[in-house]
Write a protein that binds this ligand. Sequence first.
Ligand code: FPP
Length: 243
Amino acid sequence: MATIDPEKPIPQHVAVIMDGNGRWAKARGLPRRDGHRAGAESVEACLESCGEAGIKFLTLYAFSSENWKRPESEVSALMNLLAHFIKEKTSKLMKNNIRLKVIGQMHRLPDKTQKLLRKSIDKLDGNDGLTLIVALSYGSREEIVDAARSLMDKAVAGEMKSEDLTNEIFSDHLYTAGIPDPDLLVRTSGEFRISNFLLWQISYSEIHITDVLWPDFRSEHLNAAIEDYQKRQRRFGGLSEEV
Ligand code: FPP
């Protein structure tokens, strides 16, 4: 049983690659969309567990730029599930003082989903508890290219010079501008891949990989990830204190 050490720091920002919905469904002889539906329940449970643990930012990889290549039926099941989640859960998010943000190419989402998301983001904007960041139509390479493009536009317009560019200015042009980098990256279903997720932002994140499939992910698994994080020594490229 995992126990979080109250004396040690807990991650301020946890990012999750929610993987294994399809395998969870297949193991039960169910269609993939049922795996995603069960995955949405894990999202709700994870929000509660993060709140209890005192985590301030939770980023969830819900739909990647590459996921558009999945069969149309699965893409529309995921979009409907997302719209349903936003419609049904915004008041609960409000009650729990949760703020909502979206990162990714939101303009590629169906109009209905975009409208629902904007409405929910606006409604929850004044909240100052946990910030839920949902990555939708998100790809890290696309994000970096978009940032480079807007910086080039500024340079061409004479608003900045290339020699003025710093890591901080570059970060401020990413979709995640203003959000601290993740301290802990969790990937479920045992795959050792980053899958085009937050490549810039996870430069110094601790990584925790669990075999648990996302629909089975509950507070004990989050606590195990935090416990694992608390055992790590974060050096950010410097030397540890004992050296
Ligand atoms: C990866 O599993 C999961 C996804 C592509 C979708 C994640 C979406 C949700 C959990 C549902 C809704 C989200 C929110 C924020 C309400 P996979 O299908 O690739 O699984 P597999 O590798 O086992 O096939």
